[in-house]
Design a binder for this molecule. Sequence first.
Ligand SMILES: Cc1cc2nc3c(=O)[nH]c(=O)nc-3n(C[C@H](O)[C@H](O)[C@H](O)COP(=O)(O)OP(=O)(O)OC[C@H]3O[C@@H](n4cnc5c(N)ncnc54)[C@H](O)[C@@H]3O)c2cc1C
Length: 420
Amino acid sequence: MKHQIVIIGAGTAGITVAAQLLLKDKNLDIAIIDPASKHYYQPAWTLVGAGTYNFESTERSMSSLIPKGAKWIQEYVEDVLPDENAVVLKDGARIEYDYLVACPGIQIDLDGIDGLKETMGKNGVCSNYVDPNYTWQVLQEFKGGTAIFTQPATPIKCGGAPQKIMYLADDYWRKKGVRNDSDILFITPGSVIFGVEPFASTLMKVVDRKGLQLRFFHKITKIDGENKRVFFDIVQPFEKISHLCYNYRDVDESDVVQGHASMKFDMLHLAPPQSAPDFIKRSKLAFHDGPSKGWINVNHFSLQHNDYPNVFALGDAAALPTAKTGAAVRKQAPVVVENLLHLIEKQGAISEGYQGYSSCPLVTGYGKMVLAEFNYAGERDSDPLISKFFDTSKELYPMWILKKYGLPYLYWNLMLRGKA
Ligand SMILES: Cc1cc2nc3c(=O)[nH]c(=O)nc-3n(C[C@H](O)[C@H](O)[C@H](O)COP(=O)(O)OP(=O)(O)OC[C@H]3O[C@@H](n4cnc5c(N)ncnc54)[C@H](O)[C@@H]3O)c2cc1C
């Protein structure tokens, strides 16, 4: 079987690219390969985890979203053979292409932390990346004690999500009256909670106002779910553990030694380790060594593959030095579409129009949000229209309304239809 354009993955990126292509030229022959029968609006999982959004509202059937005119092949891609312009499916079928768009998202690696797989979804160990309904259950059942929110050492999708749920949990526990009996810690292998100003300064004020504790240079390595203990490698030499912390208070860390620490928890939220899907890692599309190992090797600005000019990649699986978000996909998709049409029509120049835009809607409580937008240079890149009316580096109620109502509407009705 052969198609002019094959798209791997019918997630945010795959559907958006297919819809935009077909709006430009309805005669294109496009096949989208994805085994999933459901498509999720994942950004709302943060709100689901905090009990302010229904999980069911984040879900639509895949068949309702595949653009009219595209063919959906409901199967896993097992191998990509770019030298042969072909992909091989799990059922053994071989699909050939003239052009390939690879956007199979990111893989959640529960094996990446000792004991995680066994305890995820039990013992107060939860993740909005895996089951936000269980996060909400854990938040409701929490009666005080130590609540730990962690970030892994790998790249993840939506780097802000691990801290957003902490801010919401703090707010919820204050309303419920258990906050005074609690320690809330955010534990990260990094050295800051957010890398871009002025958003970082706003977030540090939120941390102070809420009395949250931060631990830096802590890489989570193991979870003992039954005994409710979590273990870390400390990746920076230290004299006193408090030197690697902000708002330090001892939380039963008696066994801190050089290089290691462990803590008791009453609830633990994780962003699990993540990586490119295995079939990508072993394919010729991926980097095979270096810091981008496993991710798809594309030009950062044109999203065209660096070895195979008829291949493009975007979304979470692409090796792009910016935050992996749906908002980034919204700016990447038009560049991929323009460049694909340029190759097909054999006119115009390849556009290097993607400048690394990504954004993170940092919910800091029920009814409050900071909208962090930035680019490859690590500079603020706020939307000029919104910025006329609001300073999005501040916690604002209108931004919360945007997150809860505006962005889901934009996603389902405009972006996935190729119109935004
Ligand atoms: C808790 C959470 C909060 C988030 N918050 C935000 C936010 O506030 N703002 C924001 O912009 N983004 C947010 N994101 C990130 C956003 O959802 C992703 O960055 C975005 O969906 C990436 O799009 P994608 O198309 O690359 O991957 P996805 O949308 O994940 O789609 C990948 C698709 O590929 C398919 N696939 C996988 N393997 C194969 C295979 N072998 N063969 C064929 N198909 C395959 C999958 O079934 C899936 O349909 C959040 C994510 C999470 C989990």
